[in-house]
Design a protein around this ligand. Sequence first.
Ligand code: HMG
Ligand code: MG
Length: 298
Amino acid sequence: SLPKQVRLVEVGPRDGLQNERQPISVADKVRLVNDLSAAGLSYIEVGSFVSPKWVPQMAGSAEVFAQIQRKAGVTYAALTPNMKGLEAAIEAGVKEVAVFGAASEAFSQKNINCSIAESLARFAPLMEAAREHDIRVRGYVSCVLGCPYEGEVAPGKVAEVARELYAMGCYEVSLGDTIGTGTPGKTRALFDTVAREVPRERLAGHFHDTYGQALANIYASLLEGIAVFDSSVAGLGGCPYAKGASGNVASEDVLYMFNGLDIATGIDLDALIAAGDRISRVLGRVNGSRVARARHAG
Ligand code: HMG
Ligand code: MG
């Protein structure tokens, strides 16, 4: 049977915007985060404390954190690849961070300039410092259903990296289909394999929609007992170090599906659509959510 309740992790302000070349003002980013919390999202990934040379768009993350309206009960999180990132996050008053590794060696090198083993070794002192500061740490594994450089990725490799992240103290591990090549059968098999190492209730799904498979993969994940999903308002996004990666699955589309399945999320669809419309106007592009487009046409 399907879960009665799921948690949506809104990654639009981070995963969605990190790839944008045009400058986006701090005010527009703050407005997006505030719109999302007002729509009922309880978890928002606000930005990243990464090298500004690598991801220029995330350089203003500390200012965004300083200016958002913090709503009670909402988690505002940031990506931190190393101690320097964690220190900047602490300075900005961030209470939850995420480390991000990969199941592919080539992708790890391109994205964070080190091997998988080196990345895990870097995360260890970060985890310890985070614990001392009462900061919760989420873990990501990228390329779980395919790598832009290596092609097929073995589920066993994903399980191994997920196990390491969980063992070092990540309270949840999100499995990222970075380039959206996964299909529902492979998604089920992946969660089945990884769940032997990390409990299902500690796993999340993060699907990019490059091949139009994301909603199907989320449904497949629900059948595997997964109840946390990452998504991006208006389908914004992509990873700058994964060529051809498109946006995350649109939060509006995921919510529409959950509503149809009577799965509770606490999110208001109309308010979410309005938030997506607003940021799409700022970016000068069509809203990437099919549900939003259908509502406008109807
Ligand atoms: P590096 O060049 O190997 O770092 O980059 P380094 O330690 O050798 O330092 C070099 C310079 O960077 C130094 O500055 C450091 O101070 C600075 P310099 O002396 O040259 O002026 N530096 C930093 N500055 C700010 N914040 C920091 C930081 N660390 C070092 N935290 C590094 C290694 C990890 C920093 C770099 O590769 C990086 O920032 N990568 C981030 C890439 C990224 O953000 N990718 C997108 C997010 S992951 C994703 O989208 C996937 C996900 O959505 C899941 C999925 O879809 O699969 C999560
Ligand atoms: Mg992503």
